[in-house]
Design a binder for this molecule. Structure first.
Ligand code: BGC
Length: 728
């Protein structure tokens, strides 16, 4: 999608006619003002507001802007529509677990339709901060640890929000955030310092933004953090040299909430005018907070603080988006058509999305429990909880039900007993004793545990990644009864399960999966659907093992143990288990090697087999790759089990010798295929210039000659390996 032409006549005439103060007023968004205050701000010419909660209230603000301000410039109306407006979809991390970008695209489309009907025309989504540290609460808002997954899902979200044309009445502006490297906050502590090398910045953190810009994202939000000492809000190198000049971004760069004010605490600005001056000079276009003008409309920036051309450029960007949205023609929404509740159809899409994100972490012949009459005991703090919507949910979104109710609805043949209560968080020993006392009387026990969504999201970093409260004790107590059991986890980040995972036969990762999350889980437990999601983030063995991620470099002293798993070769650097007595190697002495569950892990109720890997050519030259030639990779996948199921196929490369140490695997393609029992499908991927190179420390993208391995399969282990030589 292309944004509005930069020099439209209407826009240029306005810029010509506007005063300095009127221009500055367009360059701020008032942060969640009270409605009365919002009306006054709009009267004073402010360019953007947060959504005032209904089509009617928005229309009134738009009317004031159109009719009571000198130039009649309509408003941008922003809101964090992150994973739903009225219909809440799974949290973005759970969407990534689907490994099906359509999941994110349909969430964004429906969210845009619902939000636009109420007058919202700008969402602060998608978040495409790659993060390898689950202590950081905001991992729930993004698409996990891999740059490529974030790039593909972020672009899908942008397409969904912005639709085919911004002029369409159900299109809203997307905002790729947070620019940039916020996911590398030291220690996983929110808002903390980021210090990042040039190559990692470009190969990991910038990669998703590059694709978002290619997808036509209309706005980008600056991050709270510093990058190499300079806060992003005032970082000319990031906002202008990289984002606007190198990536060619011609939309609006918006600040994060009070991010400009925060420059004072960062210790790089002496007062607010100084902070504003540095930010606009660096390339910020809109300040979030409403601090550019004083309460009585005075300018905090003088005309000689920032070059006029820079301010005009920012105003031009803002007005161009308003033009592209069609707001100058009609900024109003029909109150009678405002969507205020999920529809049957949107619920169905939310159910599919929740199902696609379920990850079966472990299953030793327990799941599915089967549809036949079963006596099932459901215990745990999440048995009756309705905390399924997750972080960044709208206060006015339709509420979710509980797992207990969903099981009653989806599995009417079962006789269900429920032992629930938040006392499990508090370590109520009698509750645990009571919960397990009569386990013997049931065919199966389902333990519903989790991490309250209030412990996930912004400003919710955790130092301890285990299930909070006494939930581990509950799991162990149930395991000791020896009854067939399954643990279901509702959470918003990778958790540490090592204290109990070996003593339970089945674990289903359900995440905070939104409005229809509980139904999806009930259907997975009974076998009405077959989970096929995969982990978009590594699950560590211990909180002290982070950051941990699959695409790490080998180091000069990799720790390995030889072994086999499922008949294939085990690459313990990726997979564990076991430790090594090879002393001078990179490892923790007191932990098995590798993660608990690696990136890409996920089981199924059926099984799959791969065969016939073909790489279309043994060699390709750098020049041919640069000219657009690609190499084909073909493989056949077959469902070898007795049930229909989905398989996620991933293509990783390894660049064996390069001038900079390369990751031991790098994901360059994936696809999710639904297969009936016995059905086979041939899959085709292409690897080209963008897949086989990397960004060096001088900011150059290079493809180096040499040998590559191409790993194709259902995850990191047991892959088929092809070879490719890149000639000079
Ligand atoms: C968050 C942003 C969000 C903004 C507006 C900030 O605190 O960091 O992600 O878009 O608030 O609500």
């Amino acid at each position: 999608m292309t944004l509005a032409p930069a020099h439209d006549e209407l826009v240029e005439n306005l810029i010509e006619a506007m005063t300095w103060e009127q221009k500055l007023a367009q360059l701020q968004i008032a942060f969640r003002p009270r409605l009365e205050d919002a009306a006054e701000l709009v009267r004073s010419g402010i360019g953007a507001v947060f959504w005032p909660r209904s089509a009617e209230a928005t229309n009134e603000l738009q009317r004031i802007a159109r009719e009571e301000t000198p130039h009649g410039i309509p408003l941008l109306v922003g809101l964090d529509v992150i994973h739903g407006q009225r219909t809440t979809f799974p949290v973005p991390l759970a969407q990534a677990a689907s490994f099906q970008p359509e999941t994110a695209e349909t969430d964004a489309r429906i969210s845009a339709q619902e939000a636009a009907s109420g007058g919202v025309n700008w969402t602060f989504s998608p978040m495409i901060d790659v993060s390898r540290d689950p202590r950081w609460g905001r991992v729930v808002e993004g698409f996990g640890e891999d740059a490529y997954v974030n790039a593909v899902f972020g672009a899908a979200k942008v397409r969904g929000y912005q639709g085919e044309s911004l002029r369409d009445r159900d299109s809203i502006l997307a905002c790729a955030k947070h620019f940039v490297a916020y996911g590398q906050a030291e220690g996983g502590r929110d808002y903390n310092t980021v210090d990042v090398s040039a190559q990692r910045l470009r190969n990991v953190y910038l990669e998703p933004f590059r694709l978002a810009v290619d997808a036509g994202v209309a706005t980008v939000m600056a991050a709270f953090n510093t990058v190499s000492g300079r806060p992003a809000h005032a970082n000319h190198f990031l906002l202008t040299a990289i984002l606007k000049e190198e990536l060619g971004f011609n939309g609006v760069v918006v600040g994060d909430a009070e991010g400009v004010v925060n420059l004072l605490d960062h210790g790089i600005a002496e007062d607010l005018p100084d902070a504003l001056r540095q930010s606009f000079a660096a390339g910020l276009d809109v300040e979030m907070g409403g601090n550019v003008l004083t309460a009585d409309g005075g300018a905090r920036l003088r005309p000689d603080d920032v070059p006029l051309a820079r301010v005009d450029d920012a105003v031009r960007r803002v007005l161009s988006l308003k033009l592209a949205l069609g707001l100058f023609d009609d900024p109003y929404r029909e109150p009678d058509l405002e969507v205020t509740a999920p529809s049957r159809a949107s619920r169905q899409v939310a159910l599919t999305a929740a199902e696609k994100g379920l990850v079966l972490l472990k299953n030793e012949s327990v799941l599915p429990l089967g549809p036949e009459r079963k006596r099932v005991l459901l215990v745990g703090p999440y048995a009756n909880s309705t905390d399924h919507l997750g972080a960044w949910v709208q206060s006015f979104a339709a509420p979710a039900g509980s797992l207990a109710d969903a099981i009653r609805q989806e599995c009417p043949e079962w006789s269900l007993a429920v032992k629930e209560g938040t006392g499990f968080f508090e370590g109520d020993a009698s509750l645990i004793a009571d919960a397990v006392a009569d386990a013997a009387g049931y065919d199966a026990v389902v333990v519903a545990v989790g991490e309250p969504s209030a412990l996930t999201g912004e400003a919710s970093s955790r130092s301890d990644l285990r299930l909070p409260g006494a939930q581990e004790e509950l799991i162990r107590a149930v395991a000791e009864t020896g009854r067939p059991m399954a643990v279901v986890m509702f959470n918003g980040r990778p958790l540490v399960t090592s204290a109990w995972v070996n003593s339970v036969p089945a674990v289903l990762e359900a995440w905070h999966a939104g409005l229809e999350g509980p139904r999806a889980v009930a259907r997975a437990l009974s076998g009405s659907m077959n989970p096929g999601g995969r982990l978009p983030m590594t699950f560590p063995r211990s909180s002290s093992q982070v950051p941990i991620y699959y695409d790490h470099e080998n180091t000069g002293r990799p720790a390995t143990v030889s072994g086999t798993i499922d008949g294939g070769t085990l690459d313990v650097a990726l997979m564990g288990p076991g430790n090594t007595d090879d002393h001078y190697t990179s490892k923790y002495k007191d932990l098995d090697l590798g993660p608990q569950f690696p990136f890409g892990h996920g089981l199924s109720y059926t099984s799959f087999e791969y065969g016939g890997l073909k790489v279309s050519a043994p060699e390709v030259s750098v020049a041919d790759l640069r000219a657009g030639k690609s190499v084909g990779v073909e493989i056949t996948v077959r469902n070898t089990g007795a049930r229909a199921g989905d398989e996620v196929t991933m293509v990783f490369i390894r660049d064996l010798i390069a001038s900079l140490a390369q990751p031991i695997r790098r994901l360059r393609g994936f696809t999710r295929t639904s297969l009936q029992p016995g059905e086979a499908r041939s899959l085709y991927f292409e690897l080209g210039w963008n897949d086989l190179g990397f960004w060096d420390n001088d900011g150059r993208y290079v493809v180096e000659d040499g040998d590559f391995e191409i790993h194709v399969g259902g995850g990191l282990d047991g892959t088929a390996v092809g070879e490719l030589r890149v000639r000079p």
